[in-house]
Design a protein around this ligand. Structure first.
Ligand code: GLY
Length: 408
């Protein structure tokens, strides 16, 4: 009997010894901080620009995408209906920011100043996406004071699309998107609020701030499912503001979880908290970010829609990863607990590490920074390509990281 008890004690202590060793190992693994070679990733971007920029000489066009297995940018016209005009100048402003190389400032200035008249766009909400990366970053990074009035006019143009009955900006017109007849708001619209916040802080009307906050509140109430994933398109009744339909344009299905849509939400609410310091927006930004992080695959780059991700043949969307990496670096500086700060920072680093790796980097393969983005698979275009906005948010993230590291 006594022998059996002794045997039991030995067994228990062996097991607990093994468990504590396992705990130590787990602790050691979780204490390993993800690291990237930031300077190398910045150098890679500059190297890519040295190849691409001399080929992009036509100022009436801007680079939009590089098709699968192609090397060079496909350019589209400087058209006020094309939402991506601002990203190439934006890439160049950030290139100047991270390298200090005057060549990129000159190029950025040249590429920005070709579409000043877009400040009067009232046909759609994308004026924020178009003007802020170009004129906004030129003002901030390039110290171009003369861009201020252009940005203020752009904000006023965007504000004309706000419908107080609904409490949001109307993203699209029925003419361009005939499936919807009334007031359409898409999750992407969150990014355009940055222009309004900027304008309110820089001599513009207080109403720009109020519109941005109201839009963010209404979107928070209507644009997310119970599981904290985002719908893409909401159609509201223009008169009474009721939600009529919840649909998609670029996702796999009306009720599926389009990855870049969730990414716009993460970036949008992080930015709204940064501008308002209203805790409800921080809480919400964290909730939707945590949901996004939960859904990610091993390499931190989602498939173009989370609802097709279980099929390994479905294409990735590196642009969503770049958008979220940039947002997370900001979020990591705004959350209170050290644990959350590290969690978001480490997730951003892992995303950037993955994007800079051979799997996603375009170095030696094409003229962009990144490969493997998907613009709109549901519409049959821009599938597994390089996209200019993926590059923009990627270099923005590198710039944010460089500033964070310099502060340490
Ligand atoms: N804002 C358009 C897109 O994300 O494709």
């Amino acid at each position: 009997m006594r022998f059996k008890a002794l045997l039991l004690i030995i067994l228990i202590s062996l097991v607990s010894c093994k468990d504590s060793k396992k705990n130590n190992e787990t602790k050691q693994v979780s204490e390993i901080k993800p690291e990237i070679n930031l300077q190398k990733q910045i150098d890679d971007c500059e190297h890519q620009l040295e190849i691409a920029v001399p080929k992009l000489t036509d100022l009436t066009k801007h680079p939009r995408l590089i098709d699968t297995d192609k090397k060079e940018w496909k350019e589209v016209g400087n058209d006020k209906l094309i939402w991506t005009s601002g990203f190439y100048p934006g890439v160049l402003w950030y290139a100047y920011d991270v390298t200090g190389n005057e060549r990129w400032k000159e190029e950025a200035t040249k590429r920005t100043e070709v579409f000043e008249d877009f400040k009067n766009i009232t046909e759609h909400h994308d004026i924020g996406f178009m003007m802020f990366p170009a004129y906004g970053k030129g003002y901030e990074i390039g110290k171009k004071e003369e861009y201020k009035d252009i940005l203020l006019t752009s904000a006023a143009s965007l504000a004309t699309r706000f419908n107080p009955n609904v409490g949001t900006i109307k993203s699209w017109s029925t003419k361009m998107h005939p499936r919807w007849k009334q007031h359409i708001t898409i999750i992407d619209n969150m990014l355009n609020l940055e222009l309004l916040f900027w304008a309110a802080k820089n001599g513009g009307d207080q109403k720009f701030y109020d519109i941005a906050v109201k839009h963010a509140e209404t979107t928070m109430n209507n644009h997310f499912r119970e599981d904290l994933t985002s719908w893409h398109v909401i159609e509201y009744d223009s008169i009474n503001g009721n939600v009529l339909n919840r649909h998609t344009k670029q996702g796999f299905a009306d009720d599926s979880r389009w990855s870049r849509g969730q990414a716009w939400g993460v970036y949008g609410y992080t930015m709204v908290y940064k501008e308002t310091k209203d805790k409800k927006f921080l809480d919400f930004a964290q909730k939707i970010t945590d949901k996004y992080l939960d859904l990610l695959p091993e390499d931190m780059v989602p498939a173009w829609d989370f609802d097709v991700q279980s099929n390994p043949k479905e294409e990735k969307d590196a642009s969503a990863a770049a958008v979220v990496a940039s947002a997370l670096l900001d979020l990591s500086t705004m959350v209170e607990s050290k644990e959350d700060q590290e969690r978001y920072y480490n997730a951003a680093i892992k995303m950037l590490e993955s994007l800079g790796s051979d799997k996603y980097s375009a170095v030696g393969k094409a003229d962009s920074f990144l490969l493997h983005s998907t613009g709109a698979k549901s519409l049959g275009h821009e599938i597994d390509v390089a996209l200019i906005y993926a590059d923009y948010y990627y270099i923005e993230a590198l710039s944010r990281l460089k500033k964070l590291e310099a502060k340490k």
